[in-house]
Ligand binder design. Structure first.
Ligand SMILES: [Zn+2]
Length: 233
């Protein structure tokens, strides 16, 4: 389970729930949120939830120059270094691109890098590698499209199942639509949560506006009898 855009002021109650269900999770925080809610992020780390880098201001990497991208990662890296030192823990160097934008557009809509973006994408990956970022080692078997060289060799962490709860709106995108994604079998649209042959890297968020849904989403997952594991870093 991965949780992006943390922390918010409601992270503590989410940690309580995850701990009560014995579900480990990997967080990805923006530098912006880390700065604002530093002590909340520290609490997550001290409670055993690793925190990764999600850039400073959550800008899509295809819209950033190489220098801008470096600044985004480095500013957040500095905050994370301090966080891990304060928690007296060895830093986990995991990185996730906002929107899964690895330099040529959002994931998974833009799965294959177009030739004219290949160099830009490679330069971004090189920055991550130089700063010590690496993709954690996930066990299990994933959807074939996830096993591409580009993804497997990346220093970043993507996902295979997206709750899309950030679209939550009582009228236009209600909870029923979000929960339906957990039940439907539609491999074309990356909906394979119930396919026993696949492991999943699940994406959800620590957002204020969907915080009321969090418990429901997590309990739905817990009821599926998954074995939840952190990857090896
Ligand atoms: Zn994000």
């Amino acid at each position: 389970l991965t949780i992006d855009d943390a922390p918010t002021t409601r992270l503590g109650e989410k940690l309580d729930l995850l701990e009560s269900l014995k579900i480990p999770a990997l967080f990805f925080s923006t530098g912006k949120s880390l700065k604002k809610f530093y002590t909340i992020a520290l609490e997550a780390l001290e409670r055993g939830f690793p925190v990764g880098n999600h850039t400073f201001s959550h800008e899509g990497a295809s819209r950033l120059s190489i220098d801008q991208f470096y600044g985004e990662v480095a500013r957040t890296d500095e905050l994370l270094e301090r966080l891990y030192a304060d928690a007296k823990k060895k830093p986990v160097k995991a990185f996730r691109f906002p929107y899964g934008d690895r330099g040529w557009g959002n994931f998974p809509e833009n799965l294959v890098c177009p030739p004219e973006r290949t160099q830009h994408a490679a330069d971004l990956q090189q920055i991550l590698q130089k700063m010590g970022y690496a993709q954690p080692r996930f066990t299990g078997s994933f959807d074939e499209r996830f096993n591409s060289d580009s993804i497997l060799n990346g220093a970043d962490t993507l996902w295979t199942f997206d709750y899309t709860e950030y679209n939550y709106d009582e009228k236009s995108y209600p909870l029923s639509v979000i929960l339906d994604r957990t039940e439907r079998s539609d491999p074309e649209n990356w909906l394979t949560l119930n396919a026993p042959e696949y492991s999943q890297i699940i994406l959800t968020h620590d957002h204020d506006h969907s915080s009321d849904l969090f418990e429901h989403l997590i309990r739905t997952l817990a009821a599926k009898d998954f074995l939840f594991r952190l990857p090896e870093f």
